[in-house]
Design a protein around this ligand. Structure first.
Ligand code: GLA
Length: 374
C-alpha cells in the first residue's frame, strides 16, 4: 500500500489556513500549571467555544487535561481521565493520559527497524518491544506554545536527530482547536531533515458518563472498519488484515463495549480486552472512524480522521493504582481510547501504509472528536 497521509508542503499550508477562519469565536486563556523537575514552568490553556464546551490543554506533553461537554439535559461533565495537577502527569507517565504520542505511537516489534539499510535500535520499554516513542516520548516533553488568532493552540516540538535513537531532526507542530460545531480538532504536521519514521496520535481516555464515574462497558461503539490487525503475544501485528465479520471485533453495527469483551477469543485474551488496530474503511479524506453513544447521559462522540487506522483500547491495564482527578481511583476499563494512527509496527511491515517521512515533504493529518447528544 502507498503512504496515505503525506502531502506536499503547499497543500498542507492551504489546508491549515482554510481551517483557521471557521472558528473565530473560540476563547483562549492561559495560566501556569506548575514546574517540571527541571524547573521549567508548564502552561495550561483553556479553550471555550460559543456553546460553553471547554478543553484545558497543557504544553507539557500536549496533554488534554480536561474536556467538558453537556449531557442530554445540558449538564456539563469532564469526560477525560487525568490529573488535577502537573505532578500527576510527571509521576505517572506510562498510561499516557490525554497526551500527544510520538515519535512513533504504539509498538515497534523487537524495538528495532531498518531504514535506508541502517538498523535503528530503540528502547525496549514494553517487554521486548518499543511503545509510544520510548523511554521519554513526546508525552513527556515541554512543547513551545503559540496562541493563534482564531483561538487555536499551536504546540511545537523539535525532536533532535538521535533522540530515542530515531534519525533526523523532526519538527512536529500540533494545533488544537475547539470549534463552535462542538469539535475538538487536532491538526498534526511534521518535517524532517533526514529520512525517519513517525506516527503521531493523542492518547485521551474517554468516559462519556464523566471521568471516574465507573467503567465504560455500557458505551455503544461503532467502528467504520471491516478489518483489524490481529496481534501476537507482545501485541505486535502479525501482518494479517483480518475480517471482523463474525468475531467480537465486529463493531460495524453499534455494540456495547462489554457485550463480548469476556468472550473466549484468542485475540481478546492477548489484549486483555480490546487493544487492537482497526483498518478504517475511509480513504485519505477526513472520514468517520468511530461513533460512541453513552446511553445514560446521552453523550455522543464521533471521531473523524485522515489516518488509516485507529487503536481501540479499553483501559485494560488500568488497575486502580492511579489516583486521578479528585483522588478518584482509575480502575480497569474506566476509560477507552480511540488513537487514530498508522498501523503499529509499520516500520517492519512493508505491506502496511508507510510511516516514512522524507526531507522536503510535510506530514499532515487531522483528527476530529465531535460531540453531540442522543
Ligand atoms: C496503547 C497500547 C496499550 C497500552 C496503552 C497505555 O493503547 O496499545 O497496550 O500500552 O497504550 O497503557
Amino acid at each position: 500500500m502507498e503512504a496515505l497521509s503525506f502531502r506536499k508542503p503547499l497543500a498542507a499550508t492551504v489546508l491549515l489556513l482554510s481551517s483557521i477562519n471557521m472558528n473565530a469565536a473560540t476563547k483562549l486563556t492561559s495560566t501556569d500549571f506548575g514546574k517540571t523537575p527541571d524547573g521549567v514552568t508548564a502552561r495550561i490553556y483553556t479553550l471555550t467555544n460559543k456553546n460553553g464546551l471547554e478543553a484545558r490543554i497543557t504544553n507539557y506533553g500536549g496533554v488534554v487535561v480536561s474536556l467538558k461537554t453537556p449531557d442530554r439535559n445540558g449538564a456539563m461533565a469532564d469526560i477525560v481521565l487525568g490529573f488535577d495537577a502537573l505532578a500527576g502527569y510527571i509521576s505517572s507517565p506510562s498510561p499516557y493520559l490525554g497526551a500527544l504520542i510520538g515519535r512513533y505511537g504504539n509498538r515497534i516489534g523487537h524495538a528495532r527497524f531498518t531504514l535506508d539499510g541502517v538498523e535503528y535500535k530503540l528502547a525496549a520499554n514494553n517487554g521486548e518491544n518499543s511503545l509510544h516513542g520510548g523511554t521519554h516520548g513526546f508525552n513527556q516533553k515541554i512543547w513551545t506554545p503559540r496562541e493563534l488568532p482564531d483561538g487555536g493552540l499551536e504546540l511545537t516540538y523539535l525532536s533532535k536527530d538521535g533522540e530515542e535513537n530515531y534519525p533526523g531532526n523532526l519538527k512536529a507542530v500540533v494545533v488544537y482547536r475547539l470549534t463552535d460545531a462542538d469539535e475538538l480538532k487536532i491538526d498534526y504536521a511534521a518535517t524532517t531533515d533526514k529520512d525517519t519514521v513517525l506516527n503521531l496520535t493523542n492518547h485521551s481516555y474517554f468516559n462519556l458518563k464523566g471521568e471516574g464515574q465507573g467503567d465504560i462497558l455500557g458505551h455503544l461503539v461503532t467502528l467504520n472498519a471491516n478489518r483489524y490487525t490481529p496481534v501476537d503475544a507482545g501485541l505486535i501485528p502479525t501482518g494479517e488484515l483480518r475480517a471482523v465479520n463474525g468475531t467480537p471485533f465486529d463493531f460495524t453495527k453499534p455494540a456495547a463495549i462489554g457485550a463480548r469483551i469476556e468472550q473466549n477469543d484468542e485475540q481478546l485474551k492477548l489484549g486483555k480486552g480490546y487493544d487492537h488496530n482497526w483498518v478504517l474503511n475511509g480513504g485519505k479524506a477526513l472520514s468517520l472512524a468511530a461513533r460512541v453513544v453513552e446511553p445514560s447521559s446521552g453523550r455522543v462522540m464521533e471521531v473523524y480522521t485522515t489516518e488509516p487506522g485507529v487503536q481501540f483500547y479499553t483501559g485494560n491495564f488500568l488497575d486502580g493504582t492511579i489516583k486521578g482527578k479528585g483522588g478518584k481511583a482509575y480502575r480497569q476499563r474506566y476509560g477507552f481510547c480511540l488513537e487514530t494512527q498508522h498501523f503499529p509496527d509499520s516500520p517492519n511491515k512493508p505491506k502496511f501504509p508507510s510511516t516514512v517521512l522524507k526531507p522536503g515533504r510535510q506530514f499532515h493529518s487531522t483528527t476530529v472528536f465531535k460531540f453531540s447528544k442522543s
